[in-house]
Design a protein. Structure first.
Length: 436
């Protein structure tokens, strides 16, 4: 185990975007513990902050980009790989431009800049994301598998095989990722494209500023006007991209990854699948533990009673920040007689009610809300993802967004077997409870 890390002092990097060719200045700055990686566009009318997590990934071809509203940060993977490889957990990255510098198409410029700033330990201990069960995603013949392995390291095996008709021979590469191995074996591996792909990009208006000396372009007879840094540089760069994309979990990763011909889109899909799997495991662990509040304590906090108490228990509660609760759905619920005979489905409004009741329990934890109850003000961004039927167990989650003396704003989720059933943002007014 190690402590979380940031950089010791600010450092700048200048260059041209790999795809756009636009000039950009990037300023790396230290960030507090538990901040994660934060990109900040400061060339917009108002600064726009974009967290480097998979939820903010924008759909792009051949690269990884983030978006918040109309603001985006393009081609982040080489920078993210350097951060993940060096073990930098918390950092703020200010950008005067929309795309990170392409530099030489590798992570080396980012590694050198970050080392020049110095890497500094922070007080909290790092809590890495540890792969506990096997997760697989695939797209045609491309495949990614995450599996349990070392709890103190990330191990990657990458099989790059374009078949007998490809312009590259098969390349296989394995690495136990550490700061030392990343710098020596991965950081210098550059982006590569095939000649026909380079022509397609130019026709699309991308990469027009690049020459054959700036990027590795592979034609029928090999590399054009350039040379490989390693005989297997292409597979090493694929590993570099994967290390960067895996950091979109928001945490340093531990376990084993097997990759076959994967690209950015499939990398992102694996990150999403890993987060769903880990979320489900954490929910099951919470369910098996002793409840934070059983139904008797719930009845002391909530005014609701049979048949309208929609929570069976609260399995965990973290101050006034987050609560997880359980609703067991039984065929004996009265509403199933009419909703619908022969095809019972729990009404969506009752799922929302369950989320609202858990939110009320969460908001009641704040000291100034003692003796108050949460009255519904509004619901926003309500989405129903799947039906809930008898026999299901709903895992409810409430996270506070904004809390004041008289109001509360909560983000809520309802999941069944790890799959999202419903979500909503709910606002409440805190009012004095009626005397019993």
């Amino acid at each position: 185990m190690r402590q979380q890390q940031t950089i010791a002092k600010p450092v700048e990097l200048h260059g041209l975007g790999l795809f756009t060719g636009q000039e950009v200045t990037v300023r790396f700055k230290p960030a507090p513990a538990n901040t994660g990686v934060q990109f900040v566009r400061i060339d917009t009318p108002k600064p726009v902050r974009i967290s480097a997590i998979v939820a903010n990934v924008a759909k792009r071809a051949r690269r990884t980009s983030l978006q918040n509203g109309s603001a985006s940060v393009e081609t982040i993977e080489h920078c993210m790989a350097a951060l993940h490889g060096l073990g930098i957990d918390n950092i703020e990255i200010e950008m005067e431009g929309g795309e990170l510098p392409g530099c030489d198409g590798s992570s080396r410029a980012f590694v050198d800049a970050l080392f020049s700033a110095g890497i500094e330990a922070q007080e909290p201990v790092l809590e890495p994301l540890i792969i506990r069960s096997t997760v697989r995603v695939a797209d045609s013949d491309a495949e990614l598998i995450a599996a349990p392995g070392d709890v103190d390291a990330l191990n990657i095996i990458y099989d790059l095989d374009y078949g007998d008709s490809g312009m590259l021979p098969r390349q296989l590469f394995a690495i136990r990722v550490s700061q030392d191995t990343f710098c020596k074996e991965i950081a210098d591996a550059r982006t590569f494209v095939f000649e026909y792909e380079a022509q397609q990009l130019r026709e699309a208006g991308l990469g027009k500023h690049l020459t054959y000396r700036d990027v590795v372009v592979i034609g029928p007879n090999g590399v054009i006007e350039n040379q490989f840094r390693y005989p297997d540089e292409c597979v090493r760069h694929k590993v570099l991209d994967l290390i960067g994309d895996l950091f979109l979990t928001g945490r340093s990763l531990r376990g084993k990854i097997y990759a076959h011909k994967s690209g950015h889109s499939l990398n992102h899909e694996l990150v999403r699948a890993l987060l769903r799997e880990i979320e489900q495991q954490e929910s099951l662990e919470s369910i098996r533990s002793e409840p934070a509040f059983d139904v008797r304590k719930l009845q002391r906090l909530l005014p609701h009673r049979f048949p309208f108490l929609m929570i069976d228990r609260v399995v965990s509660i973290e101050g006034d920040r987050r609560a997880v609760g359980i609703k067991n759905v039984s065929i004996n619920e009265d509403y199933f007689q009419g909703h619908f005979p022969g095809h019972p489905i729990m009404p969506g409004v009752l799922i929302l009610e369950a989320m609202a009741q858990l939110s009320g329990v969460l908001l009641a934890q704040k000291l100034e809300h003692t003796g108050k109850v949460a009255m519904l003000l509004s619901m926003d961004k309500v989405k129903f993802r799947r039906p809930v039927t008898p026999g299901d167990q709903i895992v409810l989650e409430a996270n506070t967004l904004h809390v004041k003396t008289r109001t509360g704003h909560v983000q809520c989720y309802a999941r069944v077997s790890g799959e999202m059933a419903a979500e909503a943002e709910i606002k409440f007014m805190m009012v004095d409870a009626e005397p019993a």
